[in-house]
Design a protein around this ligand. Structure first.
Ligand code: FES
Length: 102
């Protein structure tokens, strides 16, 4: 069974927001899509840009370095269909966002 680790409070990442978080030695990108939270690897598959510092439009984040785009709900890269980024299960409990690291 996966262990869920607290990564943020819900207030830290408002709707349409994103953030890079370091947890247990890993960099996770956390996204709030209209009140629903998603998490995936922070490192862009292109050259490692910080996706948590990107721009979120609906469920699509744009990497701040060279503009690759990903669907944060699935990890599917919209720019390169051969790329699939790792997503993490997210839970919200008592205004705390928790992520299950694999
Ligand atoms: S590092 Fe993300 S688009 Fe280049």
């Amino acid at each position: 069974m996966s262990e869920f680790i607290k990564v943020a409070s819900t207030d830290e990442v408002g709707p349409g927001g994103c953030k890079t978080i370091e947890v247990s030695g890993s960099r996770i990108a956390l996204f709030n899509v209209a009140g629903k939270f998603f998490a995936m690897d922070d490192a862009c598959a292109h050259r490692g840009g910080p996706l948590g510092e990107g721009t979120l439009d609906g469920a699509i984040v744009t990497c701040p370095w060279h503009g690759w785009q990903y669907d944060v709900s699935s990890g599917a890269c919209q720019t390169n269909p051969h790329v699939q980024t790792v997503c993490y299960e997210v839970r919200v409990e008592d205004k705390l966002v928790k992520v299950a690291l694999k």
